[in-house]
Design a protein around this ligand. Sequence first.
Ligand code: MN
Length: 439
Amino acid sequence: MSYLNETHDPSLQSWVVSANVSDNGFPIQNLPFGVFRPQGSTQDFRPGVAIGNQILDLAALARAQPFSGPAAEALDACQGNTLNGLMSLGQAHWSSLRLALSRALRQGSPLQATLEPLLSGTDQAELGLPAHIGDYTDFYTSVHHAIAVGKQFRPDNPLLPNYKWVPIGYHGRSSSINVSGQPFPRPVGQTRPATEGGTPGFGPCQRLDYELELGVFVGQGNTQGERIALDDADAHVFGLCILNDWSARDLQAWEYQPLGPFLAKNFASTISPWIVTLEALAPFRCSFERNADDPQPLPYLSSATNQASGAFDIGLQVFLTTQQSRAECVEPALLSASNFKEAYWNIAQLLAHHTVNGCNLQAGDLLGTGTMSGPEKGQEGSLLELNQGGKQTVKLPWGEERIFLQDHDEVTLRAACRKPGYPTISLGQVAGMVLPARV
Ligand code: MN
């Protein structure tokens, strides 16, 4: 099965000059969707597509009615202040719109004069939360993360027996998901008593962490009671963003049993503003293989198509700056780098599993992949792993040290797909800063 079409031709060039600059991340082969408004304005956010260092205003383009058929229907759905309308139309519509935009933005397009006045610089825009997120589920798909964290709690039995059979997840909270750039105060809460049976501690979190994740935006959902089959699952996915699932480890350690994460996770989660469609990521699909000594997934989580192309090669990075490093104008510290292709469960499996019991997903729902750690040193997707459970300090290039995050630390996650002979497809970045606790 080929996922590629003319929009993936690596030789395509745009009349938007900045889109043709090598490694700019937003070439005509990408075309990610988001919502934006002029910086400093109080206008409603409106849908746009990123091209080079510009944003094409899709709401204004819809009024010009340049397209016909499904592409026109899809563009018509881009007139609200979120992408939910477009997301709910389904894959055929997304694909038609992508093709029409690709043709309109190519060098020599007769639509250049129509589109050119509808562009504005990304650096002049405020980017908003791209969708109304009805529900948020966070998974735990990195076996390397699960083992590293499990070792800290259960040295003899790091991986629980369900892990290799069930994509583990929990229902999170969508109200506290914000878009890149929004600062949040350090959470306050209860922590484990110093002595067993004693009174718990209470106060600002002392073990604040980030989690390097991808977010999966559901497009067309499913009717309650009807499941999404594995090989249909990709058609229900609108696209991917980057997700920082901020975590209060000391709150988590005290509260997580028996029902799982709660206040340690729901004070803030931050996503990148651009959603890169699954279609744009098609050139970076790769095979999904299980080690010979691991059990094969149950039949509802396994298919020839999924094994051939169910994974995605997406490079992920974590950067940190501190009050001191910014004052000294030092480059951000690269804390770690990993890749989504290392995940133990893939996107289609997450949707198939989430709906196998009849649970209905809806357009705009967000699924987190879980912390993406790789097998090697330097591939840890959280501080909890870098500091080996709080035992090891992390040395920063400018001389400071960290165990967990301090106030005014800023974490930036980046993600991009790179391979020889194809333009870089960037997911952009998500940044967030820890502010002092409100006590
Ligand atoms: Mn998480």
